[in-house]
Design a protein around this ligand. Structure first.
Ligand code: NAD
Ligand code: WQD
Length: 350
């Protein structure tokens, strides 16, 4: 039976976790990645998994290339179609994701994220591969007053990165309208993905100057940074620090498997769905939990609010629960533990 899935950005942080789950479920995993932001160990460990397993040998196929390169994608799809097969679905994660970078270099973000997606969609259409799960983001909602964000809220992103995600969702909506009997599309809006597979084998590209909270927490715990800068202590929350909905990357990844399963067995449709736990955690609560479960001390100092930040972002995840029966399992404790485990296993700590 054909069990081929194409995963763009499949050696990145989230993509490597999805690839691993797909592989463990017996799918043939075809990865497309330019490696522009994937840690070498993700690639190495995915290859090792595949090569060491006698039963599933060569079930992970890695194709190095850029999604903006039409010829490269065309050849890949042609090769599969020559064998009278096609990908069951595409899980499309390839893209750039830094908010500050998207402000300083917007053209690069529009080119990679939007042009890259248009290119991929053109090739998918040509080979009649019309099922796609797209990595969208809670950032599409922008600055909103609601406590729990529902999928039907208007999209109002505050930065170029978020705008590229909204435009891609719009393009996907247009192509669905053009051929509603055949396209099956799911935009998954991630909240704050964190943590790592408990093996510690897969993670994010390491940076000494990360802008996100979890990599910075690890650097402080590992002695690479003196203290964590906590942006704002006057937010309207219980302890004055901002609230986010952190979601373990393994739960998030499983959401893609359920989304794909749903899309393939139901009528053609387009869906927008949040992937978050529905629970909020403040920065101070997170620091305390990280210290407790990892037996370390996190020094911190308060700074002014970071421009563009909002007080609270929590998912209303009722739709994902109802439609996919997706119930995130992992606690904030596990997120902190697995994140630190991955950090130290990769010898980033002192
Ligand atoms: P990542 O940077 O670790 O992974 C992205 C992968 O795409 C990398 O392996 C990179 O090499 C590859 N890539 C980038 N440009 C490419 C191109 N032009 N052609 C081929 N490959 C290319 O990021 P991630 O955290 O795993 O995020 C994956 C997706 O999820 C992105 O689309 C991101 O916008 C989205 N997302 C991420 C978060 C988050 O907080 N991590 C939140 C919401 C949405
Ligand atoms: C979380 C909280 C900060 C760093 C970003 C993107 C979003 C999505 C996920 C892709 C905030 C505070 C942070 C630090 C701090 N990515 N903080 N000190 O901003 O919620 O979301 O990543 O789609 O689009 O915007 O995540 O991890 O940067 O911040 O106090 O050194 O931690 O102010 O309240 P954010 P984050």
């Amino acid at each position: 039976m054909n069990k081929k899935v194409l995963i763009s950005g499949g050696t990145g942080y989230i993509g490597s976790h999805i690839s691993l789950q797909l592989y463990k479920l017996g799918f043939d995993v075809h990865i497309v990645d330019s490696f522009v932001n994937s840690p070498g160990k993700n690639l190495e460990n995915l290859k090792n998994f595949s090569n060491k397993d006698k039963n599933f040998k060569n079930r992970i196929f890695i194709n190095e290339g850029d999604i903006r390169d039409r010829k490269f994608l065309d050849e890949l799809f042609l090769d599969i179609s020559k064998r009278k097969e096609m990908f069951l679905a595409v899980i499309h994660l390839a893209g750039l994701k830094s908010v500050p970078e998207s402000i300083s270099d917007p053209l690069r973000y529009w080119d990679v994220n939007v042009n890259g997606t248009i290119n991929l969609l053109n090739v998918m259409k040509k080979y009649n591969c019309k099922s796609i799960i797209f990595s969208s983001s809670a950032t599409v909602y922008g600055n909103v007053k609601e406590t729990f964000l529902r999928e039907d809220l208007p999209c109002n992103p505050c930065n170029p990165y978020g705008e590229t995600k909204v435009v891609i969702e719009k393009i996907l909506s247009n192509i669905f309208t053009s051929d509603p009997d055949n396209w099956r599309i799911c935009n998954l809006r991630y909240f704050n993905p964190v943590g790592a597979d408990p093996s510690g084998l897969f993670g994010e590209k390491f940076s000494y100057n990360p802008s996100n909270l979890f990599p910075y927490l690890n650097l402080v715990a590992g002695g690479k940074k003196k203290y964590l800068r906590v942006f704002g202590k006057d937010w309207p929350t219980k302890d004055g620090t901002a609230i986010r909905d952190y979601i373990h990357v393994c739960d998030l990844s499983y959401g893609h498997i359920l989304a794909m399963n749903y899309l393939l067995f139901k009528k053609s449709q387009i869906l927008n769905l949040n992937l978050g736990t529905g629970k909020g955690t403040t920065v101070l609560e997170l620091i305390k939990t990280f210290e407790r479960v990892n037996n370390c001390t996190i020094k911190y100092e308060f700074e002014d609010r970071r421009p563009g930040d909002v007080s609270s972002l929590i998912a209303d995840n009722n739709l994902s629960k109802k439609i996919f029966k997706w119930y995130p399992q992992k606690s904030i404790e596990e997120m902190c533990k697995d994140s630190w485990n991955c950090f130290i296993k990769n010898k980033y700590a002192i």
